[in-house]
Design a protein around this ligand. Structure first.
Ligand SMILES: Cc1cc2nc3c(=O)[nH]c(=O)nc-3n(C[C@H](O)[C@H](O)[C@H](O)COP(=O)(O)OP(=O)(O)OC[C@H]3O[C@@H](n4cnc5c(N)ncnc54)[C@H](O)[C@@H]3O)c2cc1C
Length: 456
């Protein structure tokens, strides 16, 4: 840390009001897994911590799909920052969207005003990557925010209601078909949960049409599901999904979508009003970082101490950071554990810098991967120990329950899961707000012939 970092603060550049403090100021942008882990480790230390986030809550992304499929309410997987930091004397939260970093003056520009920093930590995560497919982006839904999950839920429920109203078979097919793009954990978990919705809820709620009317397609560009997990996990997942009735299309990708007709790379078409995109993410962060320090996936190149290349006092952790080394030629995987471990490690680094102690490089400890496929089935890769089925699902449930912020949230999620374990009930099926899709249907592609459709 340079001398500049240690100076007393109350800069005239600050237009966001903060408590007076003579301590070095660490500003963290983003209270996701990485940012929060850092805050926790810096609480009550001799530094002024300012957490900035565009939301006033932390979101537990691994369970978005359960909000989308009516299994959980959004407030059971979101947690207010102010509650989290209550009692932390050296930590302030400010609700602000940071739009620009001005490294030359250690200043941040936000939608609410500016503020200065001694050390800056970028923990802003990722956004959905549509790989330049503009029509797809315009007409489908991603799953990167709790609002996205609610949009998916409302889209699905509205479309199922509309399907009971229409007498046109083709329209009804489109309304009850779901296409999920991306066979990673998010896509697999979403497909499994939707398939259970179809199996257990549809016949009860919509006796007008058979459950067999709802079709779920999972489209994956590579030749396997859960590509980052073991072969065993991938094959088991495929088997579980098929058993649940999901149609898995491997070596296939979506190239266009007008809100009703999905075009695939191999020339097939699918009719679906419901398209959910989980096929990729890219880093996003405020402007102001030199282009040469940005690498693949729009991530920031960091050194082994998580400092962004080319800067003295700017750090990056979590999904946005790319620490390229011999062991990690593509950077670390973009998962919660990496973000948490980097947040904790950076806290130690920053305190060691202030106290002029030696620094240690970051080393990721891989605790393994888990993914669930509907209820009672999951896959687990824990080092050399790879297993699947009920035990893996039990482990998945415990790990996720323990990781959710807040005792009340743990209780709510645990209670919901217990009820649904015995009843298969998904109780949150209210259409509270009217979701209006941004449809851009081109009539010429709407008139597709039946022979073009991928068979059900
Ligand atoms: C659907 C889904 C399922 C997933 N499932 C799993 C799983 O099962 N297991 C697993 O390990 N990982 C999973 N992940 C990945 C995991 O959620 C991420 O790796 C993790 O959230 C990364 O943490 P982070 O701190 O880097 O960023 P995030 O947790 O994304 O947090 C970023 C924060 O920055 C804030 N922010 C962003 N830009 C700004 C700005 N300009 N100004 C102010 N605030 C800003 C955001 O509001 C957010 O609070 C999943 C992700 C998704 C989307």
């Amino acid at each position: 840390m340079t001398k500049n970092h240690m100076k007393t603060h109350c800069s005239i550049l600050d237009s966001i009001c903060l408590p007076d403090s003579k301590l070095p100021r660490i500003v963290i942008i983003g209270g996701g897994f990485g940012g929060l882990a850092l805050v926790e480790k810096l609480k009550n230390k001799d530094v002024q911590v300012v957490l900035l986030d565009k939301n006033n809550f932390h979101q537990f992304q691994p369970l978005f799909y359960q909000v989308a499929t009516s299994a959980l309410e959004p407030d059971s997987i979101a947690f207010p920052f102010r509650k989290q930091i209550s009692g932390y004397k050296n930590v302030s939260f400010r609700l602000a969207n940071v739009v620009e970093i001005q490294p030359s003056s250690n200043t941040l520009i936000t939608d609410k005003g500016s503020l200065t920093y001694d050390s800056l930590v970028l923990a802003t995560g990722t956004e959905t990557n549509f790989f330049g497919l503009e029509n797809v982006e315009r007409n489908c839904l991603g799953m990167k925010d709790i609002r996205d999950s609610l949009n998916i839920r409302h889209m699905m429920l509205q479309n199922l209601e509309q399907a009971t109203i229409t007498c046109n078979n083709e329209d009804r097919d489109a309304l009850t078909n779901f296409v999920i793009v991306g066979g990673g954990p998010a896509g697999v978990e979403m497909a499994g949960s939707l398939a259970e919705f179809c199996k257990y809820i549809l016949p009860k709620d919509y006796p007008e049409y058979p459950a067999s009317l709802m079709h779920i397609y999972l489209v994956e560009a590579s030749n396997e599901l859960l590509g980052t997990m073991s072969k065993n996990a991938s094959l088991k997942t495929l088997k579980y999904l098929k058993k649940l009735g999901v149609k898995v299309l491997l070596n296939e990708s979506v190239i266009d979508y007008n809100g009703k007709v999905v075009q695939t790379k191999s020339g097939n078409t699918l009719l679906a009003r419901n398209l959910i995109w989980t096929a990729g993410v890219k880093g996003h962060f405020p402007r102001g970082i030199d282009k040469e320090h940005i690498t693949n996936g729009n991530r920031l190149k960091t050194d082994a101490y998580l400092k962004v290349e080319g800067y003295n006092n700017i750090y990056a952790i979590g999904d946005i950071a790319s620490l390229i080394s011999k062991d990690t030629p593509k950077g670390h995987p973009q998962v919660a554990q990496v973000a948490i471990q980097q947040g904790k490690h950076l806290a130690m680094t920053l305190m060691n810098l202030i106290n002029k102690k030696p620094l240690t490089p970051f080393k990721y400890k891989d605790k393994g991967s888990l993914a669930t496929v509907g209820k009672r089935r999951a896959v687990a890769d824990l080092g050399n120990f790879k297993f699947a089925g009920y035990l893996a699902w039990l482990l998945w449930s415990i790990v996720h329950l323990m990781s959710i912020s807040g005792f009340r949230n743990k209780l709510m999620v645990g209670f919901n899961w217990a009820v649904s374990y015995f009843t298969y009930e998904k109780s949150n099926r209210l259409i509270i707000r009217n979701f209006k899709p941004n449809l851009n249907i081109d009539e010429s592609t709407e008139a597709i012939s039946k022979k073009d459709l991928i068979p059900k």
